[in-house]
Design a protein around this ligand. Structure first.
Ligand SMILES: [Zn+2]
Length: 447
């Protein structure tokens, strides 16, 4: 029987067509806005051969008689080897594996950081025809504008590798997702880059405490500028595009934001109601990131016999940058019993912030610091049982909840002359967010 025969001869081909269908779903979920994308510019993930849509048997017969080529793509992971990557890509080609292990150019695929986007073209036997990896440019200055392209090709039955840099392009993309376990899991599922996830958490930091109160089932929609490498959204680097508009629904409350540049101003995030999202105090001295979001945080009133040890502890790896939550003047920078390396920053209106257990201090007493300036790094100096940042906010010497202080701190206001233009833009943003909301997402299981 020919179907069985085909399946036996091409097991990977059949498995691959299933994964291609899923990859196609991911692409639609990643829809491009506002322009309709040029189909030619979209990543190719389809079976090259076109077959008449009759019944499965005749399709399989037709496929069996042709030389079929398939495209597959993957992202390299930390610890990946030639074998693990090729296995995920469904490539069974001992010669290609040997080439990837031994060729000095091809081997660079496994050097440096993971997260490289790898696309392969294979024939019906699972043998490699072409491999293209796209990843960060080798020079920091070039990160925002260029990417590296490593290619392995089969030419006249010989494998050859070459490496070049090429320019990145910019696109407006939209995405949406539902939180099952964490914000980063949700953005991963939706194919949204980490840099966009981090911005979401920062934009809504005063509305939602992402470390403590983000609930399963929370949902978001986002419109953002993204850098692309030959039509593929890039997955690396801190340089990815800016969030243009976003909406977050948590515990039944809806929060929205859009980027707005006021005349010759710097540009900032505002709610669609015109209220600024930026305040004179940040909600957190650590940027929300994949690393810091994975650590527990606790409020603790008293720790053993260390009196007045009030504040918030952020678990984080040693060396994580610590930023001042507001503009101010460094009042103390040095060693104190219990606190270890500690910085105190004096702000307006009798407000003082304290950053303790630091591994190092990057400011000096009397120095003026802007909001968000990096002043030191997380450590475990002084009385600390593990690496963490101990953070306090005091008003008139009394301990306060940092999030409450941030929420009630001064906010920028929209210039009256900008209100009309803002209103128009807010309307079109509302439309875009509604479109983003309708993008298909994976169902929330177990509800
Ligand atoms: Zn503490």
């Amino acid at each position: 029987m020919r179907i069985a025969g085909f399946a036996a001869r091409h097991p990977q081909t059949l498995a691959a067509s299933v994964s291609i269908a899923l990859a196609g779903f991911a692409v639609t979920a990643f829809g491009v806005a506002p322009q309709v994308p040029d189909p030619a510019a979209l990543p190719q993930r389809t079976i090259v051969e076109s077959v008449p849509t009759v019944d499965l048997r005749s399709q399989l017969d037709a496929l069996a008689d042709h030389d079929l080529e398939l495209f597959r793509s993957e992202i390299t992971r930390a610890g990946d080897t030639t074998d693990s990557l090729l296995a995920r890509l469904n490539v069974s080609d001992a010669r290609a594996a040997a080439f990837l292990r031994s060729d000095p150019i091809a081997r660079r695929l496994f050097e440096g950081r993971s997260g490289k986007r790898v696309q392969v073209r294979v024939d019906s036997h699972g043998s490699l025809v072409e491999l293209i990896a796209r990843y960060a440019a080798p020079i920091v200055d070039k990160l925002p504008t260029q990417f590296t392209r490593l290619r392995v090709q089969r030419i006249a039955d010989q494998l050859v590798a070459d490496i070049t840099t090429a320019p990145l392009a910019s696109q407006v993309l939209m995405g949406s997702g539902t939180v099952r376990s964490s914000l980063f899991n949700a953005t991963d599922e939706a194919g949204i880059p980490d840099a966009v996830a981090t911005q979401l958490a920062e934009i809504f930091a005063n509305d939602i405490d992402f470390r403590r109160e983000l609930k399963r089932g929370a949902s978001f929609s986002v419109v953002y500028e993204a850098l692309t490498a030959e039509g593929e959204p890039i997955t690396w680097g801190p340089v990815n595009g800016r969030v243009l508009a976003a909406e977050f629904v948590n515990k039944g409350q809806t929060f929205s934001a859009m980027w707005f540049k006021d005349g010759d101003g710097k540009g900032a995030y505002f709610g669609l109601d015109g209220q600024s999202k930026q305040r004179s105090f940040l909600a957190s001295p650590l940027e929300f990131s994949r690393v810091t979001s994975g650590f527990a945080m606790r409020m603790h009133p008293i720790f053993n016999n260390w009196k007045q040890h009030n504040g918030v502890d952020y678990g984080a790896p040693v060396g994580t940058p610590v930023r001042t939550v507001g503009e101010g003047v460094v009042e103390f920078a040095g060693w104190q019993n219990g606190y270890g390396n500690v910085i105190q920053v004096r702000h307006g209106n009798e407000r003082l912030t304290v950053y303790a257990h630091l591994s190092h201090i990057d400011v000096a007493k009397g120095q003026h610091v802007e909001q968000g300036a990096i002043i030191g790094a997380v450590g475990q100096t002084g009385w600390a049982t593990g690496p963490h940042l101990h953070f306090e906010v005091k008003i008139d010497g009394l301990q306060q909840d940092p999030l409450l202080v941030a929420q009630t701190s001064e906010a920028a206001v929209l210039a009256p002359a900008s209100k009309a233009r803002f209103g128009q833009l807010a309307q079109s943003v509302r439309v875009q967010l509604n479109v983003a909301e309708t993008l298909p997402r994976a169902p929330l299981l177990g509800e």
